[in-house]
Design a protein around this ligand. Sequence first.
Ligand code: GDP
Ligand code: IMO
Ligand code: MG
Length: 434
Amino acid sequence: MPAIVLLGAQWGDEGKGKATDVLADRIDYCVRFNGGNNAGHTIVIDGETYAMHLLPTGILTPGVTAVIGNGVVIDLAVLFEEIDLLAARGVDVSRLVVSANAHVITGYHRTIDKVTERFLGKARIGTTGRGIGPAYADKMSRVGIRVQDLFDEKILRQKIEGALDQKNQLLVKVYNRRAIDPNSVADELLGYAERLRPLVADTTKLLNEALDVGKTVLLEAGQGTMLDVDHGTYPFVTSSNATAGGACTGSGIGPTRIDRVVGVVKAYTTRVGSGPFPTELHDVDGETLRRVGAEFGVTTGRPRRCGWFDAVVVRYAARVNGATDLVLTKLDVLSAFDRVPVCVAYRLPDGTVVDDMPMTQTDFHHVTPVYEELPGWKEDISTARDLDDLPKNARRYVELLQEAVGMPFSVIGVGPGREQTIQTRDLVGPRSAP
Ligand code: GDP
Ligand code: IMO
Ligand code: MG
């Protein structure tokens, strides 16, 4: 013990990578449990920037074992490219373990991701095009390819043939594309088998045994609560469980072993891709958030949609995750503004004000934010290391957010660097009273 889950409490890109990195010298294992290379986690250490897609952030910290759990979908080309890039920069990549049960993203998953998005036209999700959805769809349809299948050539070829039987009909007859040759897919995957084999293990056993002997395990989510396939803004979501329950199923650690659930939230809101976003700004303030916050996707380079902090979303996220702690990031970005509104409730089209997520997606599409507005601080706060170092108006903003969300912030980020952090509560170790 303990196991700590660290996840996004908005629409992704909350700063999970940095939050994980801040804890990394206190943990023994860092586990990715959901998603794949749709994620992009940026970490800045001593001025050096690292962008992680598939590898857990903890791999950057000496002594931490990085684990890719069974809940992840793995594009093997991306995995080895990422390993090689880090190794070339002097990172020790020898402590990486990959679950034998994790599913593999193949070329046909990427193809299907792209053609279905094209076919959806205006109704498209705005996926990252990495084959994530089709790979999870195959997993649920029980025609997926798992890491362990690469070590049994006969089975692998059979499974790929089976998976492509239907897909090729669809690709040729509906999408007007060329059929995919199962042998070429199998040959490509088999090309990775030898390099992959020494990394593969029963990670569920490994992690539970580590907890048995008192090691600290951090479970690092990809995406965010509002992109969770069950609890997010469906269908404008990713295809995995990015919430705390996903940490259990995606790693094989039981819920009774999780001590802390840390939700990461940005001091404003962003989202990439399509779907409802009540506080989205289409004006100069939105552009300022994007410019000052450098809100461009780490994975696809797309500009992120930007808006004010939405306390309704974060309250909801704290609830569905059973959050014990919150980390606030990018407070420094708001130094650019004369005034900082916070959405504390929603107004429905009939005028009713609600302070909870509406039950239906139709209602959520039509809410307008109810704002409380505070004066800005217009002061550089990037060197603050203690709450007392913050200007009065910045402290008021943090207090309003805490009140609106109903929880305190254990950590506050004032810049991308590892050291640009205000710590108010310890996140590792036994839960302290709020
Ligand atoms: P993730 O996907 O949740 O890990 O988040 P991303 O890495 O996609 O996006 C967060 C961005 O904000 C990255 O570029 C981080 O380096 C940066 N960042 C994280 N925390 C802070 C902070 O407190 N202040 C500032 N200015 N940038 C931050
Ligand atoms: P991190 O881990 C932000 C979004 C995509 C799209 C939707 C579905 O960096 O926070 P997918 O390719 O997963 O099928 O796309 O989910 N999305 C993310 N948005 N951050 C992410 O990851 C995301 N991963 C997926 O933009 O709207
Ligand atoms: Mg990201």
